[in-house]
Design a protein around this ligand. Structure first.
Ligand code: NDP
Length: 449
């Protein structure tokens, strides 16, 4: 083991010793640190400055009580969090997740990923993540509003346009951002548009923000495929999820001429051999907030299967996981490959386990890692902040063009580092190194903080 490999191992041991139960966080730290050894070898000053030890420790974590009353008048109590991971290159930036599975390990993993993802966008934003174990599913608009108002009544003191700028994530879409923004404005008595992103278009939101993560994923995958002279035209695509990322990934994949045959939610998946009818999915998920199972009652020839993991057994050329973390394990990765899948692009955050990623890399499956491939959402969030500062709104086409340019840059930067360190198709290593270098240099320049 080289000196820098040993350094990385020591830091991984430290992370495990400090928080033995935070498995998701340990996994993401391992995923990043084991791939940046070549950068550490070029820069021994990072080890001397204990840079990795500092990076794995969030600058600040806030947890708080969120009391609210449901429609029956009963008191409910949830737990709220904000993990402010790293502000070396800009204010903390990252989404809020409302889901019963939310805990500190998951939020630290997401915040750690966010630091390097945001760096990759080349925009001046640090990394953070937050949320609550509140489950918006099945709640009335009134209950969601009460919860959001109570959540913001504590969170407001920790955020601000130059401090920390949250956005949406699982369970937090336009409706929730609206309620959160309203309460922030009321408490602060100031119109700080750029305190949250993902806002509605009538109050400071950016055109293309809703579409950005899904579109950005397809732009990234297209760049990767173009470099191999492979076209998306006529390819069969399997997508998981039926939320914000999945819906706009389906839309752009279809625009590029691919045939998307699946989508899913946490109960099961839909297989439509004729290609997913996106209008039906949008009606069920965006308007009715229903279950994806409904799809088969409205579209002839489609099948519904219980259990979301089954989606990876469907034969395809390209798989785009867009639901949640760890949805592709080693078995699913092997099944995908055995069925002829040649490309995997991650729309969700860390949807593939470490073993699955290694399997894809070892088996020459073209792999677009989340940190790079799903950075379009946060990139357009940063563009939303720019528009708020300018007090101007750009057109859909203008934002979309910038998004395309950003995704191309991210791809080329990841590719550049992958080539530099001798593994040209390893965009996991390439994007981790590219994202890491900028944060590391900014931290070194700012002294021991
Ligand atoms: P949404 O809440 O809009 O949609 C999430 C989708 O995933 C839903 O279909 C949901 O089904 C499904 N899902 C959630 N949890 C699970 C689970 N445990 N097992 C199976 N399916 C599940 O979220 P987004 O589309 O915004 O986010 C999806 C992923 O993309 C997340 O990993 C998020 O961190 C990541 N991401 C999102 C960005 C954004 O701009 N929104 C930006 C970058 C990354 P159900 O309705 O049953 O819960």
């Amino acid at each position: 083991m080289s000196e820098m490999q040993q350094y990385v191992q020591d830091v991984l041991d430290l992370v495990k010793k400090r928080d033995p139960d935070q498995v998701e966080f340990q996994n993401t730290v391992k995923e990043v640190l084991t791939t940046i050894v070549p950068v550490l070898e070029e820069n021994p000053k990072y080890k001397a400055a204990k840079l990795l030890e500092r990076m794995v420790e969030p600058e600040r974590i806030v947890t708080f009580r969120v009391p609210w009353t449901d429609d029956k008048g009963e008191v409910q109590v949830n737990r709220g969090y904000r993990v402010q991971m790293n502000s070396a290159i800009g204010p903390y930036k990252g989404g809020l997740r409302f889901h019963p599975s939310v805990n500190l390990s998951i939020l630290k993993f997401l915040a750690f990923e966010q630091v390097f993802k945001n760096s990759l966008t080349t925009l001046p934003i640090g990394g953070g993540k937050g949320g609550s174990d509140f489950d918006p599913k099945g709640k009335s608009d009134n209950e969601v509003m009460k919860f959001c108002q109570s959540f913001m009544t504590e969170l407001y003191r920790h955020i601000g346009p130059h401090v920390d700028v949250p956005a949406g994530d699982i369970g937090v879409g336009g409706r929730e951002i609206g309620f959160l923004f309203g309460q922030y404005k009321r408490i602060r008595d100031a119109y700080d548009s750029a305190v949250l992103t993902g806002k509605g278009l009538t109050y400071g939101g950016s055109l293309t923000r809703t579409e950005a993560t899904g579109y950005g994923l397809l732009y990234f995958v297209k760049n990767m495929l173009d470099s191999k002279n492979i076209s998306l035209e006529g390819k069969t695509v399997v997508i998981s999820g039926a939320g914000n990322v999945a819906i706009y990934a389906i839309q752009k994949a279809q625009e590029f001429g691919a045939k998307v045959v699946t989508c899913s939610d946490s109960n099961g998946y839909v297989y439509d051999p004729n290609g997913i009818n996106l209008d039906v999915v949008k009606q069920i998920k965006e308007v009715e907030r229903g279950r994806i199972k409904e799809y088969v009652n409205r579209v002839q020839g489609a099948e519904y299967h219980e259990g979301c993991r089954g989606v990876w057994t469907v034969k395809c050329d390209i798989a785009l996981p867009c639901a949640t973390q760890s949805e592709i394990d080693l078995d699913s990765a092997k099944t995908l490959a055995a069925n002829g899948c040649k490309v995997v692009g991650e729309g969700a955050n860390m949807p593939s386990t470490l073993e699955a990623i290694q399997y894809f890399l070892d088996n020459k499956i073209l792999f677009a890692p989340a940190k790079a491939a799903n950075a379009g959402g946060v990139a357009v969030s940063a563009l939303e902040m720019s528009q708020n500062s300018e007090r101007l709104s750009w057109t859909f086409e203008e934002v979309d063009e910038r998004l395309k340019g950003i995704m191309k840059n991210i791809y080329e930067n990841a590719k550049k580092y992958a080539e530099k360190f001798g593994d040209p198709d390893n965009l996991v290593m390439g994007s981790n190194c590219a994202g890491f270098v900028k944060v590391a240099e900014a931290m070194m320049a700012q002294g021991l903080v």
